[in-house]
Design a protein around this ligand. Structure first.
Ligand SMILES: *Cc1c(COP(=O)(O)O)cnc(C)c1O
Length: 385
């Protein structure tokens, strides 16, 4: 008789939004109903309440909500008057929005490399990119470090260099809201910090949304004007060219409920990440968190030997286990971004990572039996190589 071990191949979700919804019970539905009843869909009372709670959560003086994480970045660049002739340094190994916003305001992104261990902006490469920008006749005005996969960039070192060079620091915390350096939460560790509430982010809403965190009261006034068509003292007084970028009241109401359980969810993600690393550290390169930092694990991303990734992804898929590649092509190799300058010496780490990384299912509701199924499947497949 052919005795084959039975393999459970029930599909596992990459991010289990439904599990969170079950936990929240009726709270979100009731919050939505309240907005539908009071009908203040734009800038209703929940928006202001949520901004206050978001700022308090991370310890920033101010939070200004807007329509997306991308808009949060654009709004800050525009408020700073960054535009044609200016260079903004950013990593190439990131989601496209980080560099897209620089181009949208008419400035030039200059791509710098990342560290293989943290996936975040390499400090020496950042410094070199400032020199590259100057040599090309551009005025370096800002840096957008990205806290990739939920782990803070080395903001202490980046802030020090930016200060010496007169650069503005806009932290892209779209994946990392809630993470810390030295016990302090992101939102307080750069001139301005942008985050996203896209549903798949650690703190996601039920649509698009974003926010800027800052201690800078003057910036806040400009951001609030810019997000409503550059309004001045009233709606029909326009003092600058703005845009439409508000967080819907319904999304704010949902986020108020989700923020209540966010600390607990971060802890659950961290437990899941530690279990993954315990189970996989001898067989793949597992993510490293520097001693003074915490991650919110937007992604759990391992690195593999060259040539094994496609086989692993296919084997896991056959067992109902989804994986994702963040990011298969670094931005400086993308058609839309190829014409922009790269740091002198190139981006060897970004290029290598693009072919090595694979992300495993990660969310706050990943139970241990399910996680063990994933770990066993990865071990079985990699053990073959
Ligand atoms: C998701 C993301 C953004 C953009 O956020 P949206 O809300 O989708 O506009 C920007 N930067 C990074 C690194 C992201 O992951």
């Amino acid at each position: 008789m052919n005795q084959r071990p039975r393999v459970d191949s029930t599909p596992i979700p990459f991010i289990d939004v439904a599990a969170q919804r079950r936990r929240l019970g009726r709270a979100v539905d009731e919050a939505i109903d309240r907005v539908v009843d009071h009908c203040q869909f734009i800038q209703g009372p929940e928006v202001k309440a949520f901004e206050g709670q978001l700022a308090a959560f991370c310890g920033a003086r101010h939070a200004v909500s807007c329509a997306s994480g991308t808009d949060a970045l654009v709004l800050v660049l525009r408020a700073r008057g960054i535009g044609p002739g200016d260079a903004v340094i950013c990593p190439s190994f990131t989601f496209c929005a980080t560099a897209e916003v620089v181009v949208l305001v008419g400035a030039t992104p200059v791509f710098a490399d990342v560290d293989a261990e943290t996936f975040n902006l390499n400090v020496a490469s950042f410094e070199r990119a400032i020199a590259t920008a100057k040599r090309q006749g551009l005025k370096p005005k800002a840096v957008i470090p990205v806290d990739l996969f939920g782990l803070p960039a080395d903001l202490d070192a980046i802030n020090a260099i930016a200060k010496a060079e007169g650069l503005y620091v806009l932290d892209d915390a779209a994946q990392s809201f809630g993470a810390t350096i030295g016990g302090r939460k992101l939102g307080t560790l750069a001139h301005a910090t942008a985050t996203s509430f896209f549903p798949a982010k650690p703190l996601g809403c039920y649509g698009d949304g974003g926010a800027v965190l800052t201690d800078d009261a003057e910036l806040v006034e400009v951001l609030k004007s810019l997000r409503v068509h550059g309004q001045g003292s009233d709606k029909y007084d326009n003092v600058r060219i703005g845009m439409t970028s508000r967080l819907d009241t319904i999304q704010a109401a949902i986020l108020i409920e989700k923020l209540k359980i966010f600390t607990d969810e971060i802890a659950a993600r961290d437990r899941a990440a530690r279990r993954y690393s315990e189970g996989l550290k001898d067989i793949a390169i597992v993510p490293q968190v520097p001693d003074d930092m915490t991650s919110v694990w937007a992604q759990y991303t391992i690195r593999l030997k060259p040539g094994v990734r496609d086989g692993l992804a296919a084997a896991l898929k056959a067992q109902g286990i989804p994986t994702a590649i963040y990011y298969p092509i670094p931005l400086h190799r993308q058609g839309a971004y190829r014409q922009f300058p790269v740091v002198d010496g190139g981006l060897p780490v970004s290029e290598r990572l693009a072919s090595e990384v694979i992300s495993l299912p990660m969310h706050a509701y990943l139970d241990e039996p399910t996680q063990d199924r994933i770990i066993d499947a990865v071990r079985n497949e990699l053990g073959r190589n």
